[in-house]
Ligand binder design. Structure first.
Ligand code: HEM
Length: 480
């Protein structure tokens, strides 16, 4: 009966299978949801939207960039929630993060508190931490490649971004380059549930059937992990108080919130800090590792980028500064192109919160209207749009030139950080840390693809973010 939902509303869409709807191959681990969505997106060229079923739930897949703009920016109040469900009583820390919070006042407060930590000035103040981690990474690579040039891109970039997170969020030394299995990395990976069968299943349920998470009482952030986060924060607070240390950083900021006018509990502090791990670590490290892998694959681009880096380095008295890195325009274009080609999130997910009617005005789309009912799940297929040849010619090619003039990029077809009121809070922090790491790396090493890599890449169907099965193997060579 439920499967008549879209047909009854005259919304075009593929025929669903019993129980699994249109995402069956993802359930049995054959293909990732990103790939399935891309295929449906392509098949329905010319339609402004497509009605699909995620398992038995009707989901509106939006194709028309004008409709996308209305959903995520202009008429945001009709679609202000992300399509995720976390039970506050079961998983209070995760439930208190902006991504999970429903778009009311609690979300606004959490969001504005966190945004204050990622202003340009704040990101600049974290720049020395990124530089230090980069220098440590360069030494680590030097040691490693004296044995073998081969490294796995995500492992390397994960160590680097986590080393930053450790200091920026918790004021501790991450020591992520000091040991083969650093304890802080083990903690972060446990946080994200890597290598745990049940965690993977839980994450998949959260993504595929959000409404069932309450039913199954699914908990993503376990008590012992939350306690450890709080321990890091309170230890730093105690140490600073005892020694009269003022750093004006994230830890100090959490302390000022605690003594501010709005009630701010230890749970709130834990929740805010968990954002660095939940929303900041995996996203940044994956974006960086794909970037590094693209550079390994495109040696001319890599060489051109290295020239820009070396010129800037010399112009700035043999150093890199926050401003000099921001000024590198080829670096910006290369990072954008890598994020376009490798959409790590693949989709933005919203729920309709107030009834909404849309009729396309763009003549490229069939003139069919829709009235979206409250509670309807929405997918904005960013990954599919970013590889749509109508917006990006030869989308499978890595061409940073596309991004030389941002005005030429069709609006709402490139959104690696989302857009509108729910835009990623850590956008400039994430981009800066990736750039700092890459700049130091390319100054010292040439990177090539390891011979064992097989193309086309195969993606892990069980993981919510873009994940290459077997990893991205690269070789690093010292530049003398
Ligand atoms: C390159 C790295 C990153 C990428 C590609 C990325 C991407 C995204 C995307 C696509 C969204 C969803 C936006 C939407 O639904 O419209 C998002 C949301 C978010 N991101 Fe990031 N992110 C990155 C780094 C970070 C970092 C470093 C932090 C913080 C430490 C962060 C914190 C958040 C938060 C809190 C949200 C939820 C915002 C809300 O719903 O109000 N992200 N990010």
């Amino acid at each position: 009966k439920n499967f008549d939902y879209w047909r009854n509303r005259s919304v075009p869409g593929p025929h669903p299978w019993p129980l699994v709807g249109n995402i069956g191959p993802s359930f049995i681990g054959r293909r990732s949801t990103g790939e399935i969505i891309k295929e449906i997106y392509r098949k329905y060229e010319g339609f402004p939207f497509v009605g699909i079923f995620r398992a038995t739930t009707p989901v509106l897949l939006v194709r028309d960039p004008d409709f996308v703009k209305k959903i995520i920016v202009r008429d945001f109040k009709h679609f202000q929630d992300n399509d995720v469900e976390v039970d506050k009583d079961v998983d209070p820390v995760y439930a208190g993060t902006p991504f999970i919070l429903k778009g009311g006042s609690e979300w606004k407060t959490a969001r504005s508190q966190l945004s204050a930590c990622f202003t340009p000035g704040k990101v600049q103040s974290m720049f020395p931490i990124m530089q230090k981690s980069s220098e440590r990474m360069v030494r680590y690579i030097g040691n490693e490649i004296s044995i073998s040039p081969q490294m796995e891109s995500w492992d390397l970039c994960g160590r680097y971004t986590l080393n930053n997170v450790a200091t920026c969020a918790f004021d501790i030394e991450g020591k992520c380059f000091d040991e083969p299995h650093p304890s802080f990395k083990q903690f972060a990976d446990e946080f994200l549930g890597y290598d745990h069968f049940w965690s993977t299943i839980k994450n998949s349920i959260l993504l595929l059937i959000p409404s069932s998470t309450n039913f199954f009482k699914i908990k993503i952030i376990q008590d012992q992990i939350a306690q450890k986060i709080l321990d890091y924060i309170t230890t730093a607070w105690k140490h600073r108080k005892e020694n009269g240390v003022v750093m004006n950083d994230f830890i100090d900021y959490l302390y000022t919130l605690k003594s501010g006018p709005i009630p701010f509990t230890d749970l709130d502090a834990t929740s805010r800090a968990s954002v660095f791990l939940e929303d900041g670590y995996d996203t940044s490290s994956r974006t960086m590792s794909f970037f590094l892998f693209e550079l390994a694959n495109n040696t001319i681009v890599q060489e051109t980028l290295r020239q820009e880096i070396m010129e800037s380095y010399r112009e700035n008295n043999n150093s890199f500064t926050y401003e000099s890195i921001l000024k590198m325009s080829y670096l910006e274009a290369c990072l954008n192109e890598s994020m376009r080609k490798n959409s790590i999130n693949g989709q933005l997910r919203r729920v309709c919160t107030e009834k909404y009617t849309y009729t396309p005005t763009n003549p490229e789309f069939a003139k069919i209207s829709i009235t979206v009912e409250p509670g309807t799940s929405i997918i904005v297929p960013v990954g599919a749009m970013q590889s749509d040849p109508n917006y990006f010619e030869s989308p499978d090619e890595f061409k940073p030139e596309r991004f030389f003039d941002m005005d030429k990029i069709p609006k709402y077809s490139f959104m690696p950080f989302g857009e509108g009121p729910r835009l990623c809070i850590g956008k400039s922090f994430g981009k800066m840390q990736i750039k700092v790491g890459i700049v130091h790396l390319l100054k010292n090493y040439r990177v090539t693809v390891n011979q064992k890599m097989q193309f086309p890449l195969k993606y892990n169907p069980w993981y919510g973010l873009l994940d290459v099965i077997g990893g991205m193997q690269i070789d690093l060579h010292k530049i003398e």
